[in-house]
Design a protein around this ligand. Sequence first.
Ligand SMILES: Cc1cc2nc3c(=O)[nH]c(=O)nc-3n(C[C@H](O)[C@H](O)[C@H](O)COP(=O)(O)OP(=O)(O)OC[C@H]3O[C@@H](n4cnc5c(N)ncnc54)[C@H](O)[C@@H]3O)c2cc1C
Length: 430
Amino acid sequence: MKENVVVYWMSRAIRVNENPALVQASEIAIENGAMLIVVFALIPDFPFANTRNMDFLLRGLAEVSDKLANRGIPLFLYQGYPVEAFDDFQKEFRIITIVNEHHVLKPFLFSQEKVREWCLYQDVDFKLVNTACVIPVEEASSKLEFAAKTIRSKIMNKYKNYLDEIHSDFSQTMDTSKRFKAGEIEVLLKNYPHLTRSRLIPGEDAAHQTLNEFIALGLENYDQRNLFDAKGQSYLSAYLHFGMISPVKMIREVEKTNHRNAPLFVEEALVRRELAENYCHYQKHYDSLKGVWPWARETLQLHLDDPRDYIYSLEQFEQSQTHDELWNACQRMVVEQGYLHSYLRMYWAKMVLLWTKHPQDAIDILIYLNDTYFLDGRDPNGYTGIMWCVAGVHDRPWFNRPIIGLIRAMGKDGTLKKTKFDPRRLKYDI
Ligand SMILES: Cc1cc2nc3c(=O)[nH]c(=O)nc-3n(C[C@H](O)[C@H](O)[C@H](O)COP(=O)(O)OP(=O)(O)OC[C@H]3O[C@@H](n4cnc5c(N)ncnc54)[C@H](O)[C@@H]3O)c2cc1C
């Protein structure tokens, strides 16, 4: 007789610590006297996969696989579509439940839908668990929110109810010898376009260390973070993107400090971050002009024929070949480091609106650059950040100007003054 198994299909939370999907899958396994296995599917042709983001992902996954093996839980890496993986596992085991994380972006929703259909056909339970937000997106708000000010009180009134630490001691006796191991990574990376690796160390141990360093050193400067050299940022975005750290743990630990800058961090890492999740969840056109507020669409439409001083192609942008040394310096950091200082990200995006023929071209170019190069790319924060810059999402109308109409303007002088960044610098440390 085939053994009953619960599958945790891991995709958005590459961690063992404070992972509600792992906890729920363990509980279902215990209730049903079933074994627990974890499966990660490397979906072919996944958008914007390259050696930079895949190296970070796979090394984090290998760490998780070793940690789970200590508890007798095997983590299998499957190269192919998730339904093919489950078809294969069904030959060896009897899958009773598949647990996956809640997603909001289209490439994952597509895969989830296929798995949901497969589960119906196979009479397998399918469960989704929030791992990416402090408050599950639909519990935070039941509708598309207009701006930070419309969601802030909804989040701030209830987030403390979600800050409890969760933990699972689940362990079992199961053969884990076929689990995914770090030794397989180099061969797997040969399948992807080459980009240099980030200097950030992948994995949940490194994520916790980054949080601890931020609390010890960076938080004190968080109110100065617009200054390029203030070292006020947390550098947690890539860890959050890959789910290598629990957002609940992050907020809890920062709040525990009672530091005067903790509320500023909570505004970004809780309110703004979960507003971005809200936008991508409720607005399926999060990547096009169809998904912007009517005032912004109208103003951009009215200015479509305004003359542009410069129009650049994707290749010119990608190769830092604009007339603007500040923009080119930003783009070199994007390509070389996979990270850009938060304030400079706004300048970097807003100029692309000025230097393209059509706002949708600006959105498409920015998504390509953002998601190819940023280690934290392919994330709701990225789509929302781009739409804020180019099309006023979550923002309000400003003063009428050529090309950008009522969209908030940003200038080179203001940016240099605010960040005190020197674009002629050749070396930037993250
Ligand atoms: C054009 C543009 C593109 C962006 N692309 C991405 C992206 O692809 N991925 C990504 O994670 N963020 C993106 N952001 C948001 C923000 O710039 C980054 O999250 C931040 O710079 C990451 O650095 P950090 O973790 O050191 O930030 P910190 O200042 O330390 O912030 C802590 C956390 O708060 C969240 N956060 C901070 N600022 C914002 C914001 N404006 N909106 C939503 N959440 C925020 C992030 O999760 C971040 O990790 C983008 C912003 C813009 C304007």
